[in-house]
Design a protein around this ligand. Structure first.
Ligand code: NAI
Length: 334
């Protein structure tokens, strides 16, 4: 069984090779690592493979799926939880199984959310640079205690819940908004309507999936409902927020601070060294110009534990499908 892994980074190779050797040696899987993302232009790279493996920014459209089918590929393995990048209806019609990694260390993303909030609030990124240059002044580094603040979580699934537990431990009041309420969440927070969450939270953090119903969930209207000066954090998916509306809210000083690990147009930017290139994205560059904006390049998942789990579950999905023709982690259209 041969697998073409698209968008392969050095670390993907390291974890897939290590997990493959340790746990799937008897399966004899051969992995062809391709740096290119899966697109209409690169689909042919999967020629000779039985399975394709993609991440968050591959655009697995109907045309791409049809191309994969022509090459004889019958399973697409998502090495991530989100599946907004794949046309599930087309996959089903073409008889291609789609499997994902539904949960891999939700704490990895929850802890990165905390890291972003702490950095932005206590300005440790600026302090680090100042101290290295012998500048020990504190002007501009004033933060706020998180203890006693209200943190609103939109989405209280696995990552939202892990985040709720962290902030509850900090002594924060934790609010949640989710159409499906989780009893475990009630141990550290309370459910309120979205409008109430936006109006009362000092920090609003997004932990829901990107779906047609959640596209631009945070736009000019919902930003106007937020507490003036509040912080917004998005470690979920870029298109949950309307980036232009964010820029307007930052310019008007209505939004106090913004931390993002994901960006609506991240596809052409993220996961590559572009430090010698001119970045053409004016919206992204405007965002970067604000002193109260912190951006990381989709690294919430990037811990040893999560990477190991991703490789384990992805290869496990392939193994289960090969043995049974089906897969527990299969994703079907709604
Ligand atoms: P999950 O499926 O456990 O939880 C998602 C929750 O969002 C569910 O409880 C669902 O009912 C809720 N939800 C759906 N629509 C909603 C709405 N309109 N308003 C409020 N809540 C809504 O998913 P999990 O594992 O917690 O992941 C959440 C998201 O985090 C993923 O969809 C993915 O986009 C993102 N993610 C980001 C990573 C990163 O590296 N930055 C890594 C992994 C996931």
């Amino acid at each position: 069984m041969k697998l073409t892994l698209f968008g392969a980074q050095r670390y993907d190779r390291a974890f897939f090779d290590r997990v493959g050797r340790a746990h799937f040696a008897q399966c004899g899987y051969r992995i062809d690592y391709q740096e290119s993302l899966l697109t209409e232009a690169t689909v042919a790279l999967a020629d000779g493979s039985d399975a394709g493996c993609v991440f968050v920014n591959d655009q697995v459209t109907r045309t791409v799926l049809a191309g994969l089918k022509e090459l004889g590929i019958r399973i697409v393995l998502l090495r991530c939880a989100g599946y907004n990048q794949i046309d599930l209806v087309a996959a089903q019609e073409l008889g291609i199984t789609v499997a994902r990694v539904p949960a891999y260390s939700p704490e990895a993303v929850a802890e990165h959310t905390l890291a972003l909030i702490m950095t932005l609030n206590r300005h440790t990124h600026r302090a680090f640079n100042r101290v290295r240059e012998g500048n020990f002044s504190l002007d501009g580094l004033l933060g706020q205690n998180l203890h006693g603040k209200t943190v609103g979580l939109i989405g209280t699934g696995k990552i939202g819940l892990a985040t709720a537990r962290i902030f509850s431990g900090f002594g924060c009041r934790v609010l949640g908004s989710d159409p499906v309420e989780a009893p475990e969440f009630l141990a550290c927070g309370e459910y309120v309507a979205l409008d109430t969450l936006l109006a009362q939270s000092d920090i609003v953090s997004l932990h829901c999936p990107l779906l047609p119903a959640t596209h631009h969930l945070i736009d000019a209207d919902t930003l106007a409902l937020m507490k003036p000066g509040a912080m917004l954090v998005n470690t979920s998916r870029g298109a949950l927020v309307d980036t232009r509306a964010l820029i307007a809210a930052l310019k008007s000083r209505r939004l106090g601070a913004l931390a993002i690990d994901v960006y609506e147009q991240e596809g052409p930017l993220f996961f590559q060294d572009r430090s010698f290139e001119i970045i053409d994205d004016e919206v992204f560059q405007r965002l970067m110009s604000f002193p109260n904006v912190l951006v990381t390049g989709h690294q919430g998942f990037f811990t040893e534990e999560a990477m190991t789990e991703i490789a384990m579950v992805t290869l496990g999905n392939l193994q289960e499908w090969e043995r049974t023709g089906s897969c527990t982690n299969r994703v079907l259209p709604d």
